[in-house]
Design a protein around this ligand. Structure first.
Ligand code: KIV
Length: 270
């Protein structure tokens, strides 16, 4: 697969004949290497806080965490486009620190672009990032960093005014120069309306089929995450069961002393 980049992604509108973009999250080298040639975009999401660190939300993830995981994922990629989330409070405090932090995610984390949550309220920051050459992906609708302000992980845009404000967020992000935007947790018809309104691609998660691409957390659709089974995730594998079965076989064989066998052991001449 050819190297995917912000220029090719920006043009990827399904309405103009493109195939939908395929995006997944990854947090480490092993999974990054496994998915690299199968997808267009790999996101080092701040969902790392929940999936890897075991926290109830994404708020405690630090910039250092994101740099570390982005570097690990980068080592496993040859062709996919690498996007990294800017964690909570790394871009909201002031423009100077936002630029500095985004720069570190590219220079130290080796990401190709950053993703920021929010619409109208953060366009000033996004405009400046884009001006200095930092590609930005937007993220609107259900924005997990605002979980306390939203009163939980609830579908957004269900009233006429909430719907209108998400449409305004989408237009503001496009005007600020994002090359793509994630639409999370909104009704399908709202995602469809935004997708036809903006010229850049929309990438949906819990936003129905009419986006220009889809993204899911890898551990969720591999069936590794048994705590989290939302409606928008289809399980394409049942790896929690497979992993437990394999560990159980290993434990049984060690306890029965049937592993390791001769073929797994070193000898003077072999
Ligand atoms: O943090 C994350 O993994 C995300 C995606 C699920 C869109 O933001």
């Amino acid at each position: 697969m050819a190297l995917v980049n912000t220029v090719s992604i920006r043009k990827n509108k399904v309405s103009e004949g493109s195939a939908p973009l395929v995006a997944v999250t990854a947090y480490d080298y092993t999974f990054a290497k496994l998915v690299d040639d199968l997808v267009d975009i790999v996101l080092v999401g701040d969902s790392v806080g929940m999936v890897v660190q075991g926290h109830p939300n994404t708020l405690s993830v630090t910039l250092e965490d994101m740099i570390y995981h982005s570097k690990c994922v980068s080592a496993g990629l040859k062709s996919a486009h690498l996007v990294v989330d800017m964690p909570f409070m790394s871009y909201q405090v002031n423009l100077e620190s936002a630029l500095k932090n985004a720069g570190r995610l590219l220079s130290e984390g080796l990401a190709h672009a950053v993703k920021l949550e929010g619409g109208v309220s953060i366009t000033h920051t996004i405009t400046r990032m884009v001006e200095v050459g930092i590609p930005v992906m937007g993220h609107i609708g259900l924005t997990p960093q605002s979980v306390h302000a939203l009163g939980g992980y609830k579908v957004q845009g269900r009233t006429a005014s909430a719907r209108e404000s998400i449409i305004q967020d989408a237009i503001a992000l496009e005007d600020a120069g994002v090359y793509a935007m994630v639409l999370e947790g909104i009704p399908s018809d709202l995602a469809e309306a935004i997708t036809s309104r903006v010229k850049i691609p929309t990438i949906g998660i819990g936003a129905g089929p009419r986006c220009d691409g889809q993204i899911l957390v890898l551990q969720d659709f591999l069936g590794l995450n048994t705590d989290f089974q939302p409606k928008f995730v289809k399980k394409f594998a049942q790896l929690a069961e497979a992993t437990r079965a394999a560990v159980n076989s290993y434990a049984t064989e060690v306890r029965q002393k049937s592993f390791p066998e001769k073929e797994h052991s070193f000898h003077v001449n072999s």
